[in-house]
Design a protein around this ligand. Structure first.
Ligand code: 5MM
Length: 338
């Protein structure tokens, strides 16, 4: 079991490669499709996610894809399961297993992620369908008073219970505590909250005996809220993010794969690049982007079969640029190329 976990981690944590987060729940993908005038149906979701995993050469810069439960059961036009299409490109298929978030009782403004009931049993099916890793996302709203300690502790406990269940089932857990960037807070407040959140998460992981060598952390970068008048340049984001990570994340964790959290595709790439230019760190620092990888793909696709080639080219380009950022070799001039 532990050699399976090690093999999966090694297949996912590779230099110059990151993860494609394509695990939007049904309401979220409907919102993304609506923005480009596409109706969300089982058929349109299958067509879109088929084009993603079949993008030629995607495995050169993407080592894993996070799928939604529905996608794991879907097939390409030729009948090949989409998880297998990904695997044939050297991309490890994984599955989002949380069941979304609800209001946390007795903590106004805070949320808690649910989905632990029956999780171990659900993995029997997911493994048979090809999943080798899983993802669970906890979300923290930020204000002068949020998140509460109760929310940080409750979400840390759920993340740790989830991660322990995954490892017991031979599945590598991606632990995703996301401090949201939707507020008007400054970068210092994001740093303070992220440090507290990660402190609670690693405390809980230890309580639950989670093997740090066999997990991946998917955190937010430390950035100002979108509504903050003072935005931060990549150098400042890199410095603030690394300072928090060095305080909170043990060196035993093999990889830290950032979420993009609402950054534009170019910002997310430039910030990752700055992080990787800041010198050697104990972990591989990479990406696990949803929106920052898919925004240009959706715009190119627009639900039309005739646009599949252009959409795949858009994905291949963002994957390549983020792959360069993983090595600290991105340059904004590369945005101009095909
Ligand atoms: C791709 O979006 C994922 C699923 O979101 P919902 O469950 O809300 O539909 C999401 O968890 C995603 O993996 C992370 O937020 C990272 O994506 P971004 O877009 O922030 O890089």
């Amino acid at each position: 079991m532990s050699s399976d976990l090690q093999a999966t981690v090694e297949a996912m944590v590779r230099p110059g490669r990151g993860l494609l987060a394509a695990d939007e729940s049904t309401p979220t993908i409907a919102k993304r499709f609506k923005a480009v005038g596409v109706e969300s149906t089982e058929a349109s979701r299958r067509a879109y996610r088929s084009l993603l995993v079949a993008t030629p050469g995607l495995g050169e810069h993407i080592s894993g894809v996070i799928l939604f439960e529905e996608t794991l059961g879907q097939k390409a036009d030729d009948g090949t399961p989409l998880a297998q299409v990904a695997a044939s490109q050297g991309i490890v298929p994984g599955i989002k297993v949380d069941a979304g978030k609800i209001a946390l009782a007795h903590a106004p403004g805070d949320e808690i992620t649910q989905g632990l009931d029956g999780l171990a049993k659900r993995f029997e099916v997911y493994k048979a369908q090809g999943a080798r890793f899983a993802k669970w996302r906890a979300v923290y709203n930020v204000s002068a008073t949020l998140p509460s300690w109760l929310a940080m502790q409750a979400n840390a406990e759920s993340l740790a219970r989830y991660a322990a269940i995954c490892q017991e089932q031979g599945i590598v857990p991606i632990v995703e505590p996301e401090v949201l960037m939707d507020g008007d807070n400054d970068i210092a407040r994001c740093a303070q909250v992220t440090e507290s959140v990660l402190g609670e998460v690693f405390h809980a992981l230890r309580r639950h005996g989670v093997v740090l060598e066999h997990m991946i952390l998917k955190p937010n970068m430390v950035v100002p809220g979108k509504g903050c008048a003072k935005q931060a340049a990549p150098g400042e984001v890199a410095q603030a993010t690394l300072a928090v990570l060095r305080r909170c994340v043990p060196a035993a964790v093999p990889g830290i794969f950032f979420l993009s959290g609402g950054q534009s595709p170019q910002e997310a790439t430039a910030n990752l690049d700055a992080i990787n230019r800041a010198g050697a760190q104990p972990w591989v620092l990479s990406f696990s982007y949803g929106r920052a990888l898919q925004e240009t793909v959706l715009q190119a696709w627009q639900g039309k079969a005739a646009n599949i080639g252009a959409a795949q080219a858009a994905l291949a380009k963002r994957a390549r640029l983020n792959g360069a950022a993983c090595l600290g070799r991105y340059d904004a001039a590369m945005e101009a190329g095909a």
